[in-house]
Design a protein around this ligand. Sequence first.
Ligand SMILES: NC(=O)CC(=O)C(=O)O
Length: 306
Amino acid sequence: MLVCCYTVSRCVAADGADGAAVTACGCFSEFRLAVVQLQVRSVKADNLSRARRLVKEAAGQGSAVVLLPECFNSPYGSSFFSKYAEEIPGESTQMLSEAAREHKVYVVGGSIPEEDGGKLYNSCTVFGPDGGMILKHRKIHLFDINVPGKICFQESETLSPGNSLSMFETPYCKVGVGICYDMRFAELAQIYSRKGCQLLVYPGAFNMTTGPAHWELLQRARALDNQVFVATASPARDESASYVAWGHSTVVSPWGEVISKAGPEEAIIYADIDLQYLSDIRQQIPITVQRREDLYTVTCAQDGSS
Ligand SMILES: NC(=O)CC(=O)C(=O)O
C-alpha cells in the first residue's frame, strides 16, 4: 500500500487531541485529514475489516478526520447495489461508528447502498469521535450518463435520489458533503461555501472515461470558485471489475492546487488542512465580498419590448 503525505507545520492541540493545531484564541487552525483509497472487492466482510484497519492506521498518523470512498462496502455497479444494500444502522455503519469511537476521529463513511422503505439510495454517513452518527447524506444527483462508445451508466435504474443537502461542524471546520456526481453541480458547492463550509468532501468513483477528463479539473474548479479545500475519496482501481474506478483520490487547496494525490492503487493520503491559509487567500483575493448580487438576475430583452 502506498502512503502519500503532504504536510506543513503541525502540533498537538492544547486539549490533547492529536492531529490539530490551535491559535492563540483557542480555535483550531490546522488539522490532519486522511483520505483512504480502499481496494473494494466482492467480499463485504473483507471490505469492512480493511476499511477499519486503515481508519486505525490513519488515526495513528494523527488524523482528525478520515474520509472513505463511494461504495466502500460493495463493488460499484447497478447489479451490486441491492445485494450489498443495508439499512442504516446496519453492519457497515456499526463498523464506522466503532472505528470513530475507538480512534477518536471523525469518520466520513464514503457511501454504501442503503435500503429504506423498499427503495435504494447511495448514502454517506458521518460519525463523530464519540461514535454517534452526525448525519446521513443521500446522493442527490444520480449518475446517469451516456457517452457513446465509452460508458453508459444509469444509477436511476436502481437508486433513488436523496432530497437534502448535508453539512456538519467539527471543532476544526465546517464540512459540506456531496457524493461523486454531486461534484459536477457547482451550485451545491456554492451553497455550502456560502453557509460557511471550509472543506467539501466528495466520496466518488469516477471511471476510466470521466476520470482522466474531469476528476481533477472539477475538484480544482470547485476549490478555486469557492475558496475552499476539496477532498475526494475513490475506491482503488481494479482492472478486473465491471466498473473500473479511476482512483487518484485527491485533496485540493483553496488556491486550486493539488496538495495530496493517490495513484490508482490502495493508499492513504494525508493533508494538513490549514485554515489560516484559507483566510489569507480569502483576504488576498476577496471575491467572497466582491460579489455583485445586485446584478445576478438577467432578464432577456426582446425586440420591441421595453
Ligand atoms: N459514481 C459517479 O457518480 C461517477 C461520476 O460522477 C462520473 O462523472 O464519472
